[in-house]
Design a binder for this molecule. Structure first.
Ligand code: COI
Length: 354
């Protein structure tokens, strides 16, 4: 049995719940009353606290700001039919967080701090977990380097924080995406597989350019040839071709998505053929043209399962079949949601009930 950690608790004096409209929850804008913080100093984590959500005092010289030593995760807590709260695949997110930490020369976060921090925070902010269908409490773990030092080397001090934000789906309609062939997201030997701030920072300009052309999101291709599909800006990508579920294999340039992994496991269990391999732009475009590609979708914690309705490539537009409730992606999404919301047995042991 794990040791019970000493977490100091400072509660807000007045909740913001009363002024929060749970019918209007744009992703990532409304934060719950509290946050969790831990600090890393002299080679150890300590000073564990749940405290009111708000600004954190910091030096303007911290190395996270200057050199991007910062990582994050995204996970969700779901209201169960009996009113309890379940966190989905927290261990898998912790595993990836610590892989990102290792790549960015940051200390690992111990499992007990991660899990007990989440439990302590959600216990206090329990009422912030929405009950509406399709809604959840998004949990954002983040770690950043806090040495106030301008020399370029791994920091000695870090802050780990857990923020929570009640939310609905990140996307609310089928996406129009552009296959990006000029800018790149990640290259071999780089940090593409890590959930580090810079991967998102470098994507913003190409994303803004694509938005000007009317696209909702980008499909990143490999940095060397631009011939192979890697992932979307906020999610992994999956395709249904000839009835098979096909997705770019995880490699050093592709994020090992928790939702992606979950979908693949559910698809295999449902007897759907699954292929994890390099996926070429050519086969996707030809598949749309000859009708063998019937579905394309983005999958991520924030994105959930979002169909792709149109793909732009080299100035041409390719329209996909309209997503139907009983197609492969929506059927898997339904099974996945039933497990998350406690409406179907959790055969894989993915839910942590708080
Ligand atoms: C998530 O799905 O949790 C993510 O981290 C994507 C995010 C950048 C919105």
């Amino acid at each position: 049995m794990n040791e019970i950690l000493d977490i100091s608790i400072t509660k807000i004096t007045e909740t913001r719940l009363t002024e929060t409209d749970f019918a209007q929850l744009p992703f990532g804008k409304v934060f719950s009353d509290h946050m969790f913080i831990a600090e890393y100093n002299d080679g150890a984590w300590g000073n564990l606290q749940v405290l009111p959500y708000g600004p954190i005092p910091m030096s303007p010289a911290i190395s996270a700001l200057h050199y991007g030593q910062a990582i994050f995760e995204g996970m969700k807590a779901y209201r169960q039919p009996d009113g309890k709260i379940s966190v989905f695949r927290a261990n898998k997110n912790l595993e990836r967080f610590n892989k990102s930490a290792a790549r960015m020369s940051m200390p690992a976060i111990p499992e007990d701090i991660f899990m007990q921090g989440i439990a302590a925070l959600i216990e206090i902010d329990e009422k912030w977990v929405p009950a509406q269908d399709g809604y959840s409490l998004y949990i954002r773990p983040v770690m950043f380097a806090t040495d106030p030092y301008l020399g370029v080397r791994p920091s000695d001090q870090y802050t780990f924080a857990l923020l929570t934000t009640p939310t609905g789906p990140y996307y609310t309609k089928a996406l129009k995406v552009k296959i990006e062939t000029e800018f790149t997201r990640a290259d071999e030997g780089g940090v593409g597989y890590a959930k580090t701030a810079g991967n998102y920072g470098r994507s913003l300009h190409p994303f803004a350019e694509a938005q000007k052309e009317g696209f909702d999101q980008l499909i990143w291709t490999d940095a060397v040839t631009h011939e192979f599909i890697e992932e979307a800006g906020t999610a992994n990508l999956l395709f249904v071709m000839d009835g098979k579920l096909i997705t770019p294999s995880v490699r050093s340039t592709v994020l090992d998505g928790v939702t992606r992994d979950t979908i693949l496991q559910l698809a295999k269990k449902a007897g759907i053929a699954v292929e994890e391999r390099r996926v070429s732009v050519k086969e996707v475009i030809e598949g749309i043209e000859n009708g063998s590609l019937t579905e394309a979708f983005a999958a991520g914690t924030a994105a959930t399962v979002t169909p792709i309705g149109e793909i732009g490539y080299n100035g041409k537009s390719y329209v996909l079949p309209v997503s139907t409730p009983d197609n492969i992606s929506n059927s898997i999404a339904k099974t996945l949601n039933d497990i998350r919301y406690g409406l179907a047995p959790d055969e894989f042991g993915w839910n942590t009930i708080l």
